[in-house]
Each structure stands twice: as structure tokens, then as C-alpha cells.
Ligand binder design. Structure first.
Ligand SMILES: Cc1ncc(COP(=O)(O)O)c(C=O)c1O
Length: 436
């Protein structure tokens, strides 16, 4: 296709409409659920994405942990092209060549036994909650096991069940009543866990590393106790690895750092390289509670998405990307530590692999805006924690580039006012209290 202007080349051509009309349509006809910047992204390659003017951005956000192989990764493009020309969808009333093998591969990665495929993370969480309930009900005396535990500062999604175990009141309150019986345990506080883990609990859901919560890792002591209590009460220990799993820590799953396996694992985000696919995986003892008709999905686990997910997992293995995540993660973390020593408003560097957070004692939004201006994508959670979730294919050169841009962003941004002491209820304070 011929370009009109030098800069807009691929951008405007592939966007299909003039930028003004795109933004006007969005403002008039999209529901008002996101505070979006005015940038229109049109395409990407590797770890970079381009806007409608052809401006290049180094993507350290990766579609919030989705684009683990960056943009237009050849293996994924090949799988999508091939299967788009064969069968995009096949009903779950039949088999197709990819769902079974993908379930087997995920079972191997996670050490679970069976999978159910969904279209999003929230939907996978919903399925896991349903499976936990029915598995508990099927146990002798399990009729009264209906309640769920989750952790303070957790994020598990926006559908009613997932929302019920998501901590932030601002997400839950406007939609109440939610699923009854959910309760939140103080982060890494084993005494609180023991007090709240009663016989009517059917599941505890834990992100081994809290993502939206601000990049906080669950302690081994806490996880081990949760494992013991779940076993004692015949409840399920569910690992929500939607953000931290499938390689992001440099291990296939973040819980591999912890003592004891979960009973179920929930995955989504990077699973099909950007196509919508999630799954909940379970050990046989729990999975056996399902029988035909108890759960289902029209779209979940179709051939196009499953073939792409197999290509994603295969690429991670063949290209040794777990090792790359560990190596680039260590470089990035070391560089962030240097920045923390240089800029006193950075309180802490947290995380591992390519899930990293910079905890500031000032508001983070101005830094996100300046980074965008300079061509770097990051985001901010809890108003003061900058979050980095770059693709697994990141190179040393890109780590250097990103760190140098962050340095310039920190130097150039007018320092925002110091936050009034970060509230004592934050996970930061809890983690510090637990460590004391
Ligand atoms: C840990 C975790 N669980 C669940 C979800 C919900 O996933 P989705 O947005 O695909 O419904 C997210 C999304 O950010 C997440 O980070």
C-alpha cells in the first residue's frame, strides 16, 4: 500500500480511518470504563510498538503481561495464518487437533492433571471457583463448604465471582451484592490466615506475586501454611498465575519457588500470545468433580487460539526464553536498583524475572506520562508503584535503552508532591510488618 505522508506510513493506513474520527467515535460510542491516552497504536514488531504517526515506543508493559513474545512474532503469526485458513472455531461437542495436546503441555508445565479453556482470566477464575465449590460439596460432610478466602490487595478479575475475591473496595462496592462468603486475609500474615481458615472454606485463592496489588511476593511460610490448612479442611489451594505465570518469573510458574503444589492453577494473559485464551488447571482429585453439563463454554479452547498457545509454549521452550527472562530480569533489576540509589523518591525495587515494580513515595502518573512522551511504555498501580512487564524476548540492548529512558524520565519530570504517608493498609506496610 502506498503511503501518503512519510511519518504516517503504516500507521494511518492500517488504522483504516483518520485519527480524529477514531477518537471521536471512541468518545461517543465506547463505554466510559478506561482513562485512555490519545495515542492510537497501529502495529508492532518485537518489543516495540508504533503509533499512528509512526512514532516508536519500547514496550515495557507488554499489553499488561500479555505480549510475552512482543508483537508479530513469526511463529505465532504463522500459526494464526495457518489455522485461520483451516478452522477458527470448532464446537466443544467435538475434538480438534490442538485442545488435547495443549492441555497435556500445560499439565506438564504445571504438574496439574486436567485443563478447562476459557476466553479470559476472569472467566478462568470463575471456573476455578465453581470447581472448588463442587469438589468440596462432593466430599463427605462438604455441603456447608461454600466460602472463599483471598488476600488483601488481591486482583482476580471483574466478573461477579472474581470480583467477590478482589480486594479493592472501589471495584466491588458499586456492584454489591456479590457472591457471599468471601473474606480477605492480611497479606503474608499466617496468624490471620489461621484465624480465618475455618471448616466452611472451599478454596483459598492466592497470586504468588500480586500484580495489580503492587508486585508483592507471597512468603514461603504463608504459602506453606495455606497448603497445610487447605489439605486439613479439604479445601482447594488455587494459584492465580494470570499475571505472574507461564514464564514471567523465569520459571514456568511463580509457585515453583514455594513449598507445596497448589490444587488448581489459573492462567490467561500470555497463553495465546495476545489472542483471548485462559484456562484453569486442576489436580485429578479436584477435576474429577466435574461431569458433562456442569460447566461449558461456546468459544473456549477453539483451534485457532489453542494452536497459537501451543506455538507460544513451544517457542518459550525451544528459544530458552525462561533463561532469557532470568538473565534480562537480573540486568533490569540491577539497573533499577542503581536508579533507586540515584533518586530518593524510589522507596523500593520489587519483583523478579520480568515482573518488576518501583515503589515511589510520590505519585507515579507524571512519570508514566513523561515515559510515554519519551517513547517508553510503563504503567502505575496503586498510584505510586511503577510496573514493568516487558516481553520475554527482551534483549540486553533494550534493557539498557529502557533504563536510560527511565533515568531521563526521572530526571526531567517535575517532582510530584510527596504522598501523605502511604496508607498503612497497603500491602507494602503489611509486608514490612510481616518481615519485622
Ligand atoms: C492476577 C490476575 N487475575 C485475574 C485477572 C483478570 O483477567 P482478565 O482481565 O483476562 O479477565 C487479572 C488481570 O489483570 C490478573 O492480573
Amino acid at each position: 500500500m502506498k503511503s501518503k505522508g512519510k511519518k504516517s506510513q503504516k500507521g494511518a493506513a492500517s488504522a483504516g480511518a483518520a485519527p480524529n474520527s477514531i477518537l471521536r467515535d471512541a468518545s461517543r460510542h465506547l463505554m466510559n470504563t478506561y482513562k485512555r491516552s490519545g495515542i492510537i497504536f497501529t502495529h508492532g514488531r518485537g518489543c516495540c510498538v508504533f503509533d499512528q504517526d509512526g512514532k516508536k515506543y519500547l514496550d515495557f508493559l507488554g499489553g499488561i503481561a500479555v505480549n510475552a513474545l512482543g508483537y508479530s512474532y513469526p511463529n505465532l503469526v504463522r500459526a494464526i495464518r495457518r489455522e485461520a485458513g483451516r478452522a477458527v472455531h470448532v464446537s466443544n461437542l467435538f475434538h480438534h487437533p490442538f485442545q488435547g495436546p495443549l492441555a497435556a503441555k500445560l499439565a506438564k508445565w504445571s504438574r496439574m492433571d486436567r485443563a478447562f479453556f476459557t476466553n479470559s482470566g476472569s472467566e478462568a477464575v470463575e471456573g476455578a471457583l465453581k470447581l472448588a465449590r463442587i469438589a468440596a460439596h462432593r466430599k463427605p460432610g462438604g455441603e456447608g463448604k461454600t466460602r472463599f478466602l483471598a488476600l488483601e490487595h488481591s486482583f482476580h478479575g471483574r466478573t461477579f465471582g472474581a470480583l467477590s475475591i478482589t480486594y479493592e473496595q472501589k471495584y466491588r462496592e458499586p456492584f454489591e451484592p456479590l457472591v457471599p462468603g468471601a473474606e480477605f486475609v492480611r497479606f503474608n500474615d499466617t496468624a490471620d490466615l489461621e484465624a480465618k481458615f475455618t471448616g466452611d472454606i472451599c478454596a483459598i485463592v492466592i497470586e504468588p506475586i500480586q500484580g495489580e496489588g503492587g508486585i508483592f511476593s507471597v512468603s514461603d511460610t504463608f504459602w506453606k501454611r495455606a497448603r497445610e490448612l487447605a489439605t486439613r479442611h479439604g479445601a482447594a489451594l488455587i494459584a492465580d498465575e494470570i499475571q505472574c505465570g507461564l514464564g514471567r518469573t523465569g520459571r514456568t510458574f511463580a509457585y515453583q519457588r514455594l513449598t507445596g503444589l497448589p490444587d488448581m492453577v489459573v492462567v490467561a494473559k500470555p497463553l495465546a500470545g495476545g489472542l483471548p485464551l485462559g484456562a484453569f488447571l486442576a489436580r485429578e482429585e479436584f477435576a474429577a468433580a466435574f461431569s458433562p453439563g456442569l460447566h461449558g463454554s461456546t468459544f473456549g479452547g477453539g483451534p485457532l487460539v489453542c494452536a497459537t498457545a501451543l506455538a507460544f509454549l513451544d517457542t518459550v521452550e525451544r528459544k530458552h526464553l525462561l533463561a532469557n527472562v532470568r538473565a534480562r530480569g537480573a540486568e533490569l533489576r540491577a539497573g533499577l536498583k542503581k536508579l533507586a540509589a540515584k533518586y530518593d523518591f524510589i522507596r523500593e525495587v520489587r519483583g523478579e524475572g520480568l515482573i518488576l515494580g518501583l515503589d515511589l513515595d510520590v505519585e507515579g502518573a507524571p512519570y508514566v506520562t513523561e515515559a510515554l512522551k519519551q517513547g517508553l511504555l510503563i504503567n502505575c498501580t496503586h498510584e505510586h508503584i511503577l510496573r514493568l512487564l516487558p516481553p520475554f524476548i527482551l534483549t540486553t540492548q533494550q534493557v539498557k535503552e529502557g533504563l536510560s529512558m527511565l533515568d531521563s524520565v526521572f530526571a526531567k519530570t517535575e517532582r510530584p508532591a510527596k504522598l501523605q504517608a502511604v496508607p498503612s493498609t497497603t500491602a507494602a506496610a503489611q509486608a514490612l510488618a510481616a518481615a519485622r
